[in-house]
Write a protein that binds this ligand. Structure first.
Ligand SMILES: [Zn+2]
Ligand SMILES: [Zn+2]
Length: 158
C-alpha cells in the first residue's frame, strides 16, 4: 500500500529531514545534499517549473546548475518522491508526491494552478463507461478555470 499524507509511514509525518532521508534510501537512492535541497525546494514552491526550483535551490546551494537540478529531479520522479505534472501549454511542473491522487485547476488566462482534492483519493478515480481493453491505472483530471483576479480583469475589459 502506498503511504498517504497523515499516515505515520508518510514522509510528511515527523521530522522531515530524517523522513526524506529514509524515503530516499527506501527508493534505493543515496542521501545527498543536492537531493535533500531539491526536495526542500519543491516543498517550498509547489507546482514550480525547473527554473523556479533552480532559483529556490540556489538559496541552499548557490553554485548548483540547472542541469544538476534537472538530473536530481528526474531521479526523484523515477523514485516516486516527486510528481511531475505535464499540463497543457505549460512547461513541466513538480510537486512532492503525496499519493493523494489530487487533480489541478488551471486558470486559462494567467496559468495559475491550484490543487483540487480527488473525490476518492485513490487512482483511478474515474473509470470509462465504455469498455476499454486495458487496465485503467490513473485518471488525471485537469480543470480549466478562470481565477478570481482574472475574472475581475476580464470583466473590466468587456
Ligand atoms: Zn488567472
Ligand atoms: Zn498539485
Amino acid at each position: 500500500m502506498k503511504a498517504a499524507a497523515g499516515d505515520p509511514q508518510s514522509p510528511f509525518a515527523g521530522d522531515p529531514l530524517t523522513n526524506w532521508s529514509q524515503a530516499l534510501r527506501a527508493a534505493g537512492l543515496r542521501v545527498t545534499r543536492q537531493r535533500l535541497a531539491v526536495i526542500d525546494a519543491v516543498i517550498r514552491k509547489p507546482h514550480g517549473t525547473i527554473e523556479d526550483i533552480h532559483d529556490e535551490v540556489r538559496s541552499d546551494l548557490p553554485r548548483i546548475t540547472i542541469q544538476s537540478v534537472y538530473f536530481v529531479m528526474n531521479s526523484l520522479v523515477t523514485a516516486g518522491i516527486v510528481r511531475k505534472l505535464e499540463l497543457p501549454g505549460s512547461p513541466a511542473r513538480y510537486e512532492v508526491e503525496g499519493h493523494d491522487n489530487h487533480h489541478h485547476a488551471i486558470c486559462r488566462f494567467c496559468g495559475r494552478i491550484e490543487d483540487v482534492a480527488c473525490v476518492t483519493g485513490t487512482a483511478p478515480c474515474l473509470r470509462p463507461e465504455a469498455h476499454v481493453d486495458m487496465t485503467i491505472e490513473v485518471a488525471e483530471v485537469i480543470f480549466t478555470a478562470v481565477c478570481h483576479e482574472c475574472a475581475t480583469t476580464q470583466q473590466a475589459r468587456v
